[in-house]
Design a protein around this ligand. Structure first.
Ligand SMILES: [Mg+2]
Length: 412
């Protein structure tokens, strides 16, 4: 194997441990320490199991009868996918704080491009991995395992090698030593048949596979095997697919924490939400064509209005203009309000705009770049470090968590 630079490329794989079971445990602490199985919708099969249920022989897709025979004292639960989806969203939004380039691989797994991220955070990959695990534990109530390596195949093997709740970092120079302890059957994409075939040729560990002759691997495993062979040798073949599914809407709403009829205060809250909404759109490479604004009345009723933008945009200036217009239409001086929010809809990707639209949008380009810079500053120094001038007045009404605030934008 040729010597490889430690970090010519850096990919992290983050994978939740026993995700569905962990989700259930996060809201039911009484389940901790007990074997738990989550069943399929009809209750016929096990779709997820805790580590102790697994240790006692329960496997995924086992019938509930067999599982009950093996672990009669287990708790058997029906799944609640909506709840799992909510925790999944929370998990990915935490990961996005660390690297905007992320591929969501499944409901509980993501790959992240970590190139340049050490410099941004001034932390090692190990420190970042440990921090991600801690933050997810604190904010979502579940554990994840983190692997960081040169390629996605290596990162996935790394996260898998130290479960649950582990961080595994494999720099280029340590790949060979790391793979010596990994069985070929544990390489993603090597099933039982391929494993048996490789064993016949005395390829037993992932290190054996990486060191095998290229032609032999091609003959035994075909083109897919060649991809694995290269990725195990630290050569990037599989790029991240960072385009996430396009959401139907993106919302930023909250209660104001107090009832108020103060026009300036409500406008400041709305400005704060608008700023966060735009920041989110920009970070995710999304444009919106409609913006809804609503105010929540004392009675919890909502009065709202949908505004149409001239073209899909994530420009803070353009979106602020329509939010301000909507607010002027909605606000009534004699009413008490308890909350407000902004919702972007008719969403599309920045990359999907047509050429003529792009011409119009070029004037928004500087706004977008400014917003990305603000995102980076806020990510590095804490949220709300840089915010809109109007939203910054919320500091007077909120806790004094920040000593300094730089009102560089006038947004509302
Ligand atoms: Mg998982």
């Amino acid at each position: 194997m040729r010597p490889i630079a430690d970090w010519h490329n850096a990919i992290a794989h983050i994978d939740a441990d026993c995700f569905y079971v962990s989700c259930e445990m996060s809201r039911r602490p009484d389940l901790k320490g007990r074997p738990v199985c989550v069943l399929s919708n009809q209750g016929a099969f096990v779709i997820a199991k805790s580590y102790d249920a697994k240790a006692r022989g329960v496997t995924t897709a086992m019938s509930v009868w067999d599982a009950k025979k093996l672990v009669p004292d287990a708790v058997f639960l029906t799944p609640e996918f909506r709840f799992y989806g909510q925790l999944s969203d929370k998990l990915f939004s935490i990961l996005r704080r660390y690297s905007p380039e992320m591929e969501i691989y499944s409901i509980d797994e993501a790959f992240m491009d970590m190139n340049g991220i050490r410099t941004l955070w001034r932390k090692s990959f190990r420190q970042l991995g440990d921090e991600i695990r801690d933050v997810v534990k604190r904010e979502v109530g579940i554990t994840v395992s983190v692997g960081v390596a040169n390629t996605r195949t290596l990162a996935k093997i790394a996260s898998e090698s130290n479960k649950p709740d582990g961080t595994t970092v494999v720099p280029g120079k340590r790949i060979q030593r790391f793979l010596a302890d990994v069985s070929v059957g544990d390489i993603p994409g090597i099933g039982r048949n391929r494993q048996a075939l490789l064993h016949k040729f005395d390829v037993r560990t992932a290190a054996d596979l990486a060191q095998s002759d290229e032609a032999l691997i091609h003959r035994l495993l075909g083109r897919h095997g060649m991809v694995l062979w290269q990725e195990l040798n630290g050569k990037v073949v599989q790029q991240l697919e960072v385009a996430p599914p396009i959401p139907k809407s993106v919302a930023r709403t909250a209660s104001m924490g107090q009832m108020s009829d103060d026009r300036t205060l409500i406008a400041a809250h709305l400005s704060h939400h608008t700023h966060r909404l735009v920041s989110d759109l920009v970070a995710r490479g999304l444009l919106a064509e409609r913006i809804s604004v609503f105010l929540t009345l004392e009675s919890f009723e909502r009065s709202g209005i949908e505004m149409r933008l001239d073209y899909p945009t994530n420009s803070l200036k353009k979106i602020t203009e329509v939010v301000r217009k909507a607010f002027m239409l909605l606000y009534q001086p004699a009413m008490l309000y308890r909350g407000c929010g902004t919702i972007a809809s008719h969403i599309r990707k920045t990359s999907g705009v047509t050429h003529d639209l792009f011409g119009v949008m070029q004037s928004d380009q500087r706004q977008t770049e400014l917003m990305l810079t603000i995102n980076r500053i806020n990510r590095k120094y804490g949220h709300h470090m840089v915010t809109s001038a109007a939203a910054s007045m919320l500091g007077k009404h909120r806790s004094r968590e920040l000593r300094f605030r730089y009102p560089v934008l006038s947004a509302c």
